[in-house]
Design a protein around this ligand. Structure first.
Ligand SMILES: *[C@@H]1O[C@H](CO)[C@@H](O)[C@H](O)[C@H]1NC(C)=O
Ligand SMILES: *[C@@H]1O[C@H](CO)[C@@H](O)[C@H](O)[C@H]1NC(C)=O
Ligand SMILES: *[C@@H]1O[C@H](CO)[C@@H](O)[C@H](O)[C@H]1NC(C)=O
Ligand SMILES: *[C@@H]1O[C@H](CO)[C@@H](O)[C@H](O)[C@H]1NC(C)=O
Ligand SMILES: *[C@@H]1O[C@H](CO)[C@@H](O)[C@H](O)[C@H]1NC(C)=O
Ligand SMILES: *[C@@H]1O[C@H](CO)[C@@H](O)[C@H](O)[C@H]1NC(C)=O
Ligand SMILES: CC(=O)N[C@H]1CO[C@H](CO)[C@@H](O)[C@@H]1O
Length: 884
């Protein structure tokens, strides 16, 4: 054992764990604690903190200067440096790291402090650390998602861990730079039954993630508290929304990146302050942290998904254009739109229905009068290679004459509903009126859900399911009887949830589910419903499932995609969709989009054109509208607007082979699809706050117009050469903002140097476009190289990658030669041909072009674009094209 002296703290190096005896500072005067280091001792809302209340907690009370600090939210009541916390002792080495006990001598002001905690620190991989703090003597609720089980300690971790003993603190550093990523010694640890709190310093202000919230992508650390508790509410700033993702990513000073995941599903808050620092505050479960060391942001997100699971591979058609609205009055009206879209030859893969199709808004029924032709519509869609998706809500109508509504009767018989504390199905209210709520934590409920879906599928052979209202939303607070008065529905501390109470617009926290109380499982409702739905779809259709869910939780990507909720038809909301996309990319839910043209309120033609141009680059592209608003599908507008929308969607369809390949990489290893610029340019600080542009993969930059009346747009181009996607004309950027023309019929997209994109001739539907010939576009780097790949399979069978039923090709350009190499091949890829190769940035006009050694005709244009057409090359054989 070696003793090292590190800035006044004795640190014992013990294997890879360092532990230290913290030198307790003499009681510092409250006023000398700098504003930035004030950690809130009185976060309770709705109470005016007085000196008396504050000092009763043993905290410091200092009124901040009204003009500056007060307005910003600097706490008046904060912990003194010597506020009692836990002491670490009894450390032992384990197979994976270290365990120890944390003990507390003094009680806090929250009931049921847990006096002895167990700390475990596990070196799971060289880039992943697992730290868990829980009750040492009795088990507590833990989130029921599968996480990897590690048996071997990491050999060469890129991090070090120091433990300070009194008071307890955890310090995690990056070995290479010495950057302190976690330092929890700044504020006391709390671990009462219903109040757990831990704070940490952050190494920079570049913080992302922590969803689902409506905010800029780069989070605001100026005394900003984010709340987590699944909630049905139109996206509102500073408000808990539909999903819960307690994961953040930080960019460090040297361009390295790390991420932190708190695996906890209870109502929670994260308080951000400009120190920079962050406080986790949750009201149940355990403190179970995973820390990912990257070092680049792509790797951080991959490492996070190694814990929560990689996203499912979507069916190819899911990447086509989806059209929906609330307020199609009849199936015939829905059908008319489908026909109008066909008539104008606008790409359209999937037609949806909202709750209009149901009989009295009850799941698994159809309105026999107004939706009389629904089965025929679905049949017609299938005949045209199109698909049908309808909405389902979890609330099951409970007020039907006995024997008339199988889902409820059978649900009661099988006991699959969530119960009140009295052991009877809890009754709330949703669209159909009074409803019970299936308990998706129970396998019996999964079986019942499958049988319902199966019975309905026999009538209406749908292709995917949209699961909405699954926070779960309840038009009543709690239930028709309210909620009991206990500490589950009225906990000692309630995070700043919208509505001020856990049961606001949802069911009672005390409600009983088969694996735990709703208090613990609430924010998992959407995840569990998605899991039940995806597995039912596999059983019913035998193909890849398509599920879109409103409420989400970590690991959701394994079962569903997400749309960003009931947004408004405003320019501002169109902008918000980009931070939304990028955040869900971090959360491992790549199949993500917002309602194109906006959901509530009236869109305008200009907004809808611009939104369709942006939406053409949402990984999940659906136009959806609310009731009683003017139609906003592409056919509803002037010929010029309609044409602009059609062109944007055709560009999307042309790019689908590239998009599909990105989804494969997401499924394979957790790559992001819609990607923030800084993921590709982590050393370029100018990219850190960009959320008006984004990339697809590493090489396609999207710069949408987000303002009315614009005919130009300014976008940031990281250093290097960029090519206009459509024309191949290039700009050499020094890392600067560039202004580009953006007439109403144009969306700017650019290719990064060194990229090869597989594209395909578009069609009105992917069932047709999938078989069209390919055009490969290579954008040469300044060294005249480029790289790209293509994943191809039948587009809908289960586990094609896992079973080897796919083709995978790599494209390279070096030394004036394009080479296609087949790394894996099956039948499917032989069905399509490569028709054309276009190379951007060929500086000198070639004298000749050869295909597999044989000379061939080509064209070359003034803007340095080489084109070789009519290739008719089979994808299943490698080939080379050379220009000299
Ligand atoms: C460490 O080992 C000692 C001796 O076996 C034991 O008394 C103590 O409980 C262990 N500590 C923990 C945290 O398990
Ligand atoms: C951790 O934070 C404490 C409190 O602010 C500070 O005194 C200490 O130097 C920090 N430790 C490291 C390693 O940065
Ligand atoms: C829908 O169209 C069919 C066929 O034209 C017609 O028979 C039916 O009455 C229509 N349904 C409604 C509700 O208008
Ligand atoms: C709910 O109550 C029903 C009886 O009404 C019972 O069959 C079922 O097991 C209960 N479920 C839970 C999770 O308590
Ligand atoms: C861009 O940079 C490349 C490589 O440095 C150079 O050859 C080319 O002439 C430049 N093009 C323009 C338009 O500046
Ligand atoms: C293609 O280029 C990439 C990146 O430059 C390189 O790693 C790879 O080995 C090349 N593959 C082939 C088949 O030439
Ligand atoms: C387009 C839009 O308004 N997007 C917002 C919709 O709501 C989500 C929250 O669910 C926000 O994250 C999006 O930014």
């Amino acid at each position: 054992m070696v003793a090292v002296l590190l800035s006044g703290v004795t640190v014992w190096v013990l294997g890879q764990i360092w532990w230290s005896q913290h030198v307790i500072a003499p009681l510092t005067k409250c006023a000398s604690v700098p504003e930035n280091l004030r950690f809130d001792c009185y976060p309770e809302r709705g109470t005016v903190v007085t000196k008396e209340l504050c000092e009763k907690r043993g905290c410091c009370f200092v009124e901040t200067d009204r003009a500056s600090g007060n307005a910003r939210g600097v706490p008046w009541c904060f912990y003194p440096q010597d506020f009692p916390s836990y002491t670490l002792g009894s450390l032992n080495e384990t197979q994976l790291g270290t365990v120890g006990f944390l003990t507390r001598q003094t009680k806090t002001y929250y009931p049921r402090d847990i006096e002895t905690l167990q700390l475990s620190v596990e070196f799971e991989t060289d880039t992943r650390l697992h730290v868990k703090i829980t009750d040492a003597t009795s088990p507590r609720y833990e989130v029921p998602i599968e996480v990897p089980q590690v048996t071997k300690r990491a050999q060469n971790p890129v991090y070090t861990v120091e433990l300070s003993k009194d008071p307890f603190g955890l310090i995690v550093k990056r070995r290479t730079s010495g950057a302190v990523l976690i330092n929890t010694t700044v504020a006391p640890l709390f671990f009462a039954d219903q109040f757990l709190q831990i704070s940490t310093l952050l190494p920079s202000k570049f913080l992302y993630g922590l969803g689902e919230h409506q905010s800029n992508f780069l989070l605001d650390l100026d005394w900003n508290t984010l709340t987590f508790w699944a909630r049905d509410i139109p996206p509102t700033e500073s408000c808990n929304l539909y999903g819960v993702h307690p994961f953040y990513l930080v960019m460090e000073a040297d361009g390295s990146s790390h991420g932190v995941f708190l695996l906890n599903s209870n109502a929670m808050e994260v308080a951000l302050q400009p120190t920079p620092a962050l406080t986790w505050r949750t009201i149940g479960g355990v403190l179970d942290f995973y820390i990912f060391l990257g070092p680049d942001p792509n790797l951080v997100v991959q490492q996070y998904q190694q814990v929560i699971g990689f996203p499912a591979m979507p069916p190819f058609w899911a990447l086509g254009f989806h059209l929906c609205r609330w307020g199609y009055k009849t199936s015939n009206e829905t059908w008319e739109i489908v026909k109008a879209m066909r008539n104008y030859q606008i790409p359209h893969d999937v037609q949806w229905n909202d709750i209009d199709y149901m009989d009295s808004y009850r799941d698994f029924t159809t309105d026999a009068k107004n939706f009389d032709t629904l089965p025929h519509l679905v049949e017609d869609l299938h005949k045209h290679g199109q698909r049908y998706v309808m909405i389902l809500d979890p609330g099951i109508s409970s007020t039907n004459p006995p024997g008339s509504y199988w889902p409820y009767d059978e649900g009661v018989k099988r006991g699959i509903f969530i119960n009140t504390t009295q052991g009877k199905p809890l009754i709330g209210k949703v669209w159909p009126g009074l409803t019970a709520f299936p308990d998706f934590s129970s396998p019996n409920a999964h079986q019942w859900w499958l049988e319902n879906l199966n019975r309905f599928h026999a009538l209406v052979p749908f292709d995917g399911v949209w699961i909405d209202m699954n926070e779960p939303s309840d038009f009543m607070d709690g239930s028709q009887e309210g909620c009991p008065q206990g500490e589950l529905d009225r906990p000692p501390y309630t995070p700043a949830v919208a509505g001020g109470s856990l049961s606001a617009k949802t069911i009672c926290a005390s409600a009983r589910q088969s694996t735990s109380i709703h208090y613990n499982l609430h924010s998992l409702y959407g995840l569990m419903e998605a899991k039940a739905t995806a597995s039912a779809l596999i059983k019913i259709r035998g193909k890849r499932p398509f599920v879109i869910s409103r409420s989400t939780f970590p690991s959701q990507g394994r079962y569903s995609g997400h749309w960003l909720g009931d947004n408004r038809s405003t320019w501002k909301d169109m902008f918000w969709s980009i931070p939304g996309l990028l955040s869900f990319s971090l959360f491992g839910v790549p199949l993500i989009g917002a309602d194109i043209c906006g959901f509530s309120g009236s869109t305008s033609e200009e907004l809808c054109v611009r939104w369709t141009q942006l939406g053409a680059f949402y990984p999940f592209a659906r136009n959806h509208n609310t009731m009683n608003e003017k139609a906003q599908d592409p056919t509803a507008f002037s010929p010029a607007a309609r044409t602009a929308m059609k062109e944007a969607l055709e560009t999307r369809y042309a790019l689908l082979p590239f998009l599909y390949t990105l989804f494969h990489r997401a499924h394979l290893q957790g790559d992001t699809v819609a990607r923030p610029l800084f993921f590709e340019f982590p050393k370029d600080g100018s990219t850190y706050s960009i959320d008006k542009q984004f990339l697809w993969g590493r090489g396609l930059l999207v710069t949408p117009v987000l303002d009315p009346g614009a005919d130009a747009v300014v976008g940031y181009f990281p250093r290097g050469t960029w090519y206009d996607y459509y024309t191949g004309s290039l700009v050499n950027s020094s890392g600067e903002n560039l202004k580009m023309a953006a007439p109403l019929d144009h969306v700017n997209i650019h290719l990064r140097e060194g990229t090869i994109l597989p594209t395909q001739k578009p069609a009105d539907c992917t069932s047709v476009s999938r078989n069209n010939p390919l055009r490969l576009i290579a954008a040469l780097s300044q060294n005249s190289n480029a790289w790209g790949d293509l994943y191809w399979d039948d587009g809908e069978s289960l586990d094609t990658f896992e079973k080897g039923d796919y083709s995978y090709l790599v494209f390279n350009v070096t030394q004036n030669t394009f080479i296609s190499t087949v790394l894996h091949s099956n039948m499917e890829a032989t069905l399509i041909t490569v028709e054309e190769l276009t190379v951007y940035g060929v500086q000198d006009e070639p004298k000749a072009v050869t295909i597999n050694g044989k000379e061939a005709p080509f064209s070359y244009s003034a803007n340095q674009v080489l084109s070789v057409a009519n290739l008719q090359l089979s994808l299943s054989h490698g080939f080379s094209i050379r220009w000299i």
